[in-house]
Ligand binder design. Structure first.
Ligand code: GLC
Length: 581
């Protein structure tokens, strides 16, 4: 890769004046637990095998009872679904497969009634190739002003038969596709960092920024409480679209600044967006503190960035006080179940967020990676998209322990639908049902993302285990019903009850998620122990039981902890919370 892109500059220092604007006390999102709903796979109200907004609405009381603060919905906009909705044809319309705008309105209202906030997904790096602008850009031919809103270029080579540069798509193959012009001849090429059906916008063009500011206002007027920004690090490309000079693209992603990712120019966009969001900030929740307790004090809408950056320090750039509020901590997601590694990433995260005044975030699973119960069932070093079942019992034990550890850390945590049931990834989906676009392209990402997108089980029996009345768009595995909400509700020790209990403790003790530091305690090798006010969290990441000093009363544990004579025996791969209060 060329020299000029190979170093990651340090974050810009944040001024004291900017930090003074950070109101830690009032901000509900600083310690919020945010639940990701993947609309295709959550609940299907009309029996077409595909989840929908009405399905989600009908299950909101479940989410309230689970004890989360907010719900982030993956895209439900009008889309040909070339990348499961991350290819948007109309940013202001709901796809008929998910419902209507009226359904979205009802969902937002009902959620607010229940004290749940709604965060929607915004996809600004690229549209669908069926977006009106792109269709017209193609139809109008070379020279169409609409082509300037995307990255159209003539090809290289004698007859323009070679792509304009050497960039590759994350999903495999060149990041460029050549179009057939209206007169039937092979013509220009357009850039798509993801699937060919996802042309990248040209953010240098003022119409693109105008359009997205208007889309923000559209959803803010609908009452949403925030946006998750897809590929938030991608919108600005280096001047002149220079060659990468390497075919090691996937390795570079998230490890280095590239001419197409994590360019400093993206921050100007976020400063403008922040001003819009702040205009809306206190318009919601006008009724003041609610009975519901923690995190409900004020309005305030948020942005959370999906930004793959080389370091947590560069992630901090996205959450400076005049930019976004949170960014996913993918470094944490990628960390193995290993005490030393975990401690290092926890410390680095907290240190890097402190100077910008943003909360740390923690995440273990989402719709793009193998569920953590399966990642932890396998030996380390396989990455985050794998297709091996591993040792399921071990994976679940570690997953439960990892979740309790995550929920004891200061900041905001993300929970992906179904992880509260301890669901494993479905690793053996037949090829013919797979839909991940990367699966069908050579090289690129592994394309195993369907395994974490299988519709979740609500009941022990019945068509698609309560997901809906008409089957499910991806087949659910045998035994799914035993993991259902129904099967686990009220069962002591079930993963669902563990999540409920942990979230209830967080709610009752705002100190647990507050602040920006942990006080590490001495612990045997392979064990993490830290204090947070009156709480002590001990996580044993080893395969053997350990004996540690007891720290008061056991509040909750992911396994059976035995206490005697001031000492506690913590089983292998188990986390325990104590209170000294
Ligand atoms: C983000 C989404 C992923 C999608 C990609 C392209 O990484 O999380 O699901 O495929 O962007 O939009």
């Amino acid at each position: 890769m060329s020299q000029q892109h190979s170093t990651a500059p340090a974050p810009t220092p944040t001024t004291d004046a900017a930090l003074a604007t950070v109101d830690r006390r009032r901000d509900w999102w600083r310690d919020a637990v945010i639940y990701q709903v993947y609309p295709r796979s959550f609940a299907d109200s009309n029996g077409d095998g595909m989840g929908d907004l009405e399905g989600i609405r009908s299950r909101l009381p479940y989410l309230r009872d689970l004890g989360v603060d907010a719900v982030w919905l993956s895209p439900f906009y009008a889309s040909p679904q070339a990348d499961a909705g991350y290819d948007v044809a109309d940013y202001r319309a709901v796809d008929p497969m998910f419902g209507t705008l009226l359904d979205a309105d009802a969902l937002i209202r009902d959620a607010h009634e229940l004290g749940l906030r709604i965060i929607v997904d915004l996809v600004p790096n690229h549209s669908s190739d069926q977006h009106e602008w792109f269709k017209r850009a193609l139809a109008e031919g070379p020279g169409s002003p609409l082509r300037d809103r995307y990255h159209f270029r003539p090809g290289k080579g004698e007859n323009g038969e070679l792509p304009p540069n050497d960039w590759e798509s994350i999903f495999g193959g060149p990041a460029w596709t050549r179009v057939t012009e209206p007169d039937g001849t092979p013509g220009e090429w357009y850039l798509h960092l993801f699937a060919p059906e996802q042309p990248d916008f040209n953010w240098e063009h003022p119409a693109v920024g105008d359009e997205f500011r208007s889309i923000l206002r559209f959803w803010l007027d609908m009452g949403v409480d925030g946006f998750r920004i897809d590929v938030a690090h991608g919108m600005v490309k280096a001047e002149g679209l220079p060659d990468l000079g390497s075919h090691d693209e996937l390795r570079l992603l998230g490890n280095d600044v590239t001419p197409f990712f994590d360019q400093d120019g993206v921050h100007d966009i976020y400063r403008q967006w922040r001003l819009i969001l702040d205009e809306y900030s206190d318009a919601l929740w006008p009724e003041g503190p609610s009975e519901e307790g923690r995190g409900r004090e004020t309005g305030g809408r948020i942005f959370v960035a999906e930004a793959w950056t080389p370091t947590v320090e560069r992630t901090a750039n996205y959450v400076r006080p005049d930019e976004l509020h949170q960014a996913f901590n993918f470094q944490y997601l990628g960390t193995h179940w290993d005490a030393a590694e975990l401690r290092e990433v926890i410390d680095r995260t907290l240190e890097s967020m402190r100077p910008v005044g943003a909360p740390a975030t923690w995440v273990l699973s989402n719709h793009d990676v193998t569920r953590h119960a399966t990642r932890f069932a396998n030996p380390p070093g396989l990455g985050t998209q794998i297709r091996l079942a591993g040792d399921r019992e071990l994976g679940l034990r570690r997953a439960r322990a990892a979740t309790l550890l995550m929920l004891a850390l200061p900041g905001s945590a993300y929970v992906y639908q179904g992880e509260e049931l301890g669901l494993p990834d479905v690793v053996d989906l037949p090829d013919e049902v797979r839909q991940d676009p990367a699966y069908f392209r050579g090289a690129g990402q592994d394309g195993y993302r369907d395994g974490c997108r299988v519709p979740i089980p609500w009941t022990r029996e019945g068509s698609s285990y309560g997901f809906g009345d008409g089957g499910s768009w991806l087949p659910q595995p045998e035994g799914w019903g035993e993991l259902s909400v129904q099967a686990q509700t009220g069962v002591p020790g079930s993963t669902l009850e563990l999540y409920r209990a942990a979230l209830a403790v967080r709610r009752a003790h705002p100190d647990l998620g507050a602040g920006d530091a942990v006080e590490w305690l001495r612990a045997p090798e392979g064990v993490l122990a830290f204090r947070r006010g009156e709480f002590v969290c001990v996580a044993n990441t080893t395969g053997e039981p350990v004996t540690v000093p007891a720290h008061g009363r056991v509040l909750i544990a992911s396994g059976e902890v035995a206490v005697a004579d001031g000492e506690a025996r913590v089983p292998a791969d188990t986390t325990v919370w104590w209170t000294t209060g």
